[in-house]
Design a protein around this ligand. Sequence first.
Ligand code: GTP
Length: 607
Amino acid sequence: VPPERNRNFSIIAHVDHGKSTLCDRLLQSCGVIPENAREQFLDGLEVERERGITVKAQTCSMLVRSEKDGLQYLLNLIDTPGHVDFSYEVSRSLHACQGAVLLCDAVQGIQAQTVSTFHQAFEADLEVLCALSKVDLDYAQKEEVKRQMSVLTGVSTDEVLEVSGKTGQGVPSLLEAIIHKVPPPRGKAQAPFKALLFDAYYDSRRGMVLLIAIEDGELRKGSKIHCSYSGRVHVAMDIGLLYPDLCSVDNLRSGQIGFIVVGAKDIRSFRVGETVWQEGGEKSGEPFPGFKPAHPMVYAGIFPEAVSDGEKLETAMQRLLLTDASVEARRDISPVLGSGYRCGFLGLLHLDVFRQRLSREYGVDVLATSPTVPYHLLLANGTQVVVEHAGDFPTPPAMPPKEVEEPLVTATIVLPRELTPGIQQLCIERRGEELSVEPLDNAGERILMKWRLPLAEVITDFFDKLQALSHGFASFDYQPAGYQPVDLVKVGVRLNNEHVDALSFFALRAKAPEVSRKYLEKLEKVIPAQLFDIGIQAVVGGKVVAKVRIKPIRKDVVAQKILSHGHSGDPSRKAKLLERQKEGKKRLREIAKVQVPPEAFVAMVKM
Ligand code: GTP
């Protein structure tokens, strides 16, 4: 197929709007996968299938003969992941395309990610085709949703296509629209080889697989390539197309989407968005402007649920980190949770998916500590550091930081009009700033709001609150939006005058006393009374802001308890009780001479 008959496109949609089902149907209609393939073909990982969400972008090529001109075209579908946290992956895949199909559920109408993915496609300068999905459903509101799409994108309602991944209705027209509306890639066939790396993964059998969109020139199998980010040279041991399995070819040409297998092991030496040239040849022009590498936005400690699983966790982490370059991890040792990791993720769902993969794919159940965000600290000596763990925050005698900045996000919220006041109230409580409120349809029944919110307020229970307030009728998406100054303090916790760093946390200065009081009350409930007094204090900058005291339990009460439990006088029962008590003791761990059951500690640090 000549380069002018290549088409590179993505399908973008809100979660569950039928993207995977439509992708399967497209591949089936082109004979790439068998008609009876039930599983969603592109959703490779087990977690993805179970949760019904696509995490890793996957890509597939298909040959289609146009009914209109009788010619054969090579369509490259670049599958984009469907969830909030992965919008970074969506945008990186979009840069390998010239067109995007914006899919919207004909029953549900426009949702937050329909809006945010449209904006991403628009900014990437793509030709956007609008399509309604699930039009086979009885309750499809075709005309209404077409009007919404027209208001959002400026495309006229007559141009909005109707498709059903379930029945296959509208699929031929969609293929024709892709062929005749999406422009071919703009590369130069005769120029030296230049390609954009848009995804990479580690395959235990083959090694590193780089997914590339070839802009200019040609690459032959066995040539040497030069990667702009690391400056390293690799041999292209295998090259080919994605059907969607890797399918080797002798050369890759301008306009194609393909893969290169290189003999490297470390995914971290590659960056999505970097440029791949042929080594030795003339370099054609400038490297691609490149994408900003994804920075973790949500941090959490990951510890084995069973302390004896430490080694198993280590092996699993090493393997899993090879498959996901966007996770940051370093070793951490907690006095109570044992040896684990401190990890950075793109968002909460990313953290959750990672945790599930550890459990499903590697059989390690882990505990994740409650998430935090990265703060930028300007220290008294003028240096700038990023701190995401309260334990690392400077405390006396160190000088307090001169300034602290917190990460912000721009939130896109789509909701029915009558829910607007309630959701606005929620955003205000979460220190939000309203940026815009607009109707998404002519009747003004559906509203699109944009808010600027501190990320720390979003990662607690914002999403749950939003769902509860809207009974699931509001949808939400967010993008990183810079930093702002915040009056943040570290609250330290002292147990019997001994500082327990693992229990310290961040709080807004104004709210520190109130938050600390609530925290200590919770601690008071989970630490059992002992034979002596336990004093617990919350401390900010050396000053006590809240305290509680757990009164000692009297010895005779302990004895009384055993007696009363063993009221039947049955000796075996009493023995059992004593045995159980002994077991309980073994599981207790001592912090500051206070016997703290691991569950209590877990209750305090767990998300
Ligand atoms: P993510 O991968 O999580 O983004 O979801 P998705 O957009 O890929 O949605 P998916 O294809 O998994 O479909 C979501 C649900 O809608 C599934 O239960 C599908 O069976 C159903 N569905 C998808 N397409 C159609 C359709 O054309 N008609 C009907 N009736 N149901 C559909």
